[in-house]
Each structure stands twice: as C-alpha cells, then as structure tokens.
Write a new protein. Structure first.
Length: 342
C-alpha cells in the first residue's frame, strides 16, 4: 500500500517553515515537501521526503499520484505582491498555472482514491481593492464578499485561484455525463500581513512591519516605505499556522463557505515602529514613502471581519499586538540574531 502523506508546496517560505515544524512536531503527519530551492536543513527532520522541483512540472506532479496516497495538499508556493508587480508574467505562471496544476492533481487523486482530498489554500487581503482613502477610513470591517477589486497582479491571481478552487470543488465537469463522484475539498484563508521570527520577509508589500524588526535586530537602518499612519491587519506566524490547521481539521458540514478572513490586530506603521524601538532603542527607522507601494497598501482594508471563521471552525488568535512582540517576536528574534542563524 502507498503511504498516506500530506503534500506541502513552497516548503521554504515563511508559512512553510512554521507549518512543517508544527505538523512535524505533532508526530501525526508524514510530509512530502516541494520547493524550487533546496530545503532548509532545519526542516529535513520533519519531512518524509523533499522534492526539489517546479509546480509547473506536470510530469513531476503526476509521479506523486502513483507513489503516495495524498490526503491533504497545502499549496503555499506563490510569487508575492511586490515581486509580482515587477514580473507579472512569471507571477501569473506560478500563482495561477501552478495552482491549476495542483488543483488538477487534487481532483485526480480524489477520484482515484475514492475520497475527497483536502486542498488548503492561503489567500490574502490583497484580493481587496478599496477605491480611495476616504472610503477606507469610513469602512469598519470588510467581509469576504466586499470590495473584491484588487489592483495588483498578486491580488488578481489570488482572487482568481479562489474561484478556481470553488469551481473544482463544486462545478468541475458539471455538464459531463460521467461527472466525477469525488471532487476536492477546497478551503481557503485570506491572510493579513504576516510576521515571522523564523524567516526574513521577501517580496510582500506588507513586509514593512517585519522588515522594521529584522533590520533593527541586525543593527541596520531601515526606511519604511509607507506613511506612519498606514493601517492594515497583521498576525504572527504561530497564529497563521494555527488557522491553517484548524481549518484543515474542521468537518465539512460545519463550513458555511469556502473562503475565510482571519485577523489578529491592526496597528499603524508608527505603532510597530514604536514597539520595535522599545525593544531596540538604537534602531534607526525613518519613513520614506514610496507612492506606488503606498497606493497598493491604501487599497487594502484597515481591518477585516473574521466572524465566519470564528463561528464555523473556532478561529481565535492567541496573540494580540502586545503579546505578539513581547512573548514571540522580540525574544525569538534576539535568539535568532545573537546566535548568527541568519
């Protein structure tokens, strides 16, 4: 018999690090990890197998169906918002075509294995597009079906892939006489900005928050590219991993929708700056606004409504703003850089 495994793409990314470690430590998951780059050494103990390869490689993905019984796919691989604006064609290939390949893999596995494969997909607040700051200031908390008019390639990719997931779950081959009996079980979370102590941020437009902290810890000056009054929702990586695992474990019948907001706290850029300076009094942080990146951030909500996630599958963040920095980020970051692990 083939081994039952969990497939994780984008294993080297910020979410990948946290998720693989948490699943691995639980001892209940056999993990097959995929990434374009060699796997970080710290993740090897938690993985049954690592495959260095491309999610655009259909032959590679096809081989997985014959080697493993995959019960859950965490599709984390993507080109993030800032990088996607510089290379929209590549972003479309990775974010859309790569996701389509994984959805097709999940559909094939669901049919061959005779049961639905769970497909867990991290989406983003980048799917939202608020027209102007005046409207943003007047909005309380955005629901999942509101203001879905993204202005970035990344946001467009994510929103489209949410729709692809809905199609594969509910409407795949809907006109076929031999419509598949088993479809994928698609579940998606729209994450706010994420802050991790384990990895240095790369390519996200919300990364001004973690960049302040990581640069301060390395005694490097930092120019924050947004206004000091800029406000968007954030959460720390342990809560992001917790949300993914809670959603994966939830019973299908308890879910009222396929796409869910989650959030934890919504500080201004100045709030983050002051907390970082309290932890690193010598930190040099100035605000040098990039109008193009500011325009993107201004189109994202200051807060989101995550009531459905709380109601349907028990979402509740463990970390507020103070606890995030005092109990997780500042202690972990100091250990990371004092031991030269960067």
């Amino acid at each position: 018999m083939r081994n039952e495994v969990i497939l994780i793409t984008g294993a080297n990314g910020e979410i990948g690090h946290g998720l693989i470690k948490q699943l691995g430590k639980s001892g209940k998951a056999n993990i097959v990890a995929i990434d374009l780059k060699p796997l970080d050494e710290c993740l090897f103990p938690f993985c049954e197998r690592f495959i260095q390869g491309d999610i655009l490689d259909k032959i590679l993905l096809g081989r997985l169906t014959s080697e493993y019984e995959i019960t859950t796919i965490y599709h984390l691989a993507s080109i993030l918002s800032t990088k996607a604006e510089y290379s929209p064609e590549i972003a479309h290939q990775i974010n859309v075509e790569g996701t389509f390949n994984l959805l097709q893999l999940g559909m094939n596995l669901s049919q061959w294995q005779g049961k639905s494969v769970k497909f867990i997909y991290p989406s983003s607040i980048a799917v939202y597009g608020i027209p102007d700051l005046k409207q943003k200031e007047n909005i309380q908390k955005i629901k999942e079906n509101e203001y879905c008019n993204p202005i970035t390639m990344y946001g467009i990719n994510k929103l489209y892939c949410e729709h692809l997931g809905r199609y594969f779950s509910l409407y795949y081959h809907q006109l076929s006489k031999d419509r598949p009996k088993n479809s994928i079980d698609f579940r998606s979370i729209r994450f706010p900005g994420l802050i991790s102590a384990d990895t240095f941020p790369t390519g996200g437009t919300s990364d001004y928050g973690p960049e302040m902290l990581h640069n301060a810890a390395q005694n490097k000056p930092y120019e924050c590219f947004v206004r000091s009054d800029t406000r968007i929702p954030f959460m720390v990586m342990p809560d992001a991993v917790k949300a993914l695992m809670l959603l994966e474990k939830a019973k299908r019948e308890s879910l009222s929708q396929l796409i869910y907001n989650v959030t934890s706290f919504s500080p201004t850029a100045l709030d983050i700056c002051e907390i970082v300076k309290a932890g690193y009094p010598k930190a040099e942080i100035v605000f040098e606004v990039s109008q193009n990146r500011q325009r993107i951030i201004d189109s994202w909500p200051a807060d989101v409504d995550d009531t459905p996630a709380r109601t349907d599958w028990g979402w509740n963040p463990e970390y507020d703003l103070t606890k995030s920095f005092q109990d997780y980020l500042l202690p972990a970051i100091k250990v990371r850089y004092s031991s030269n692990k960067f």
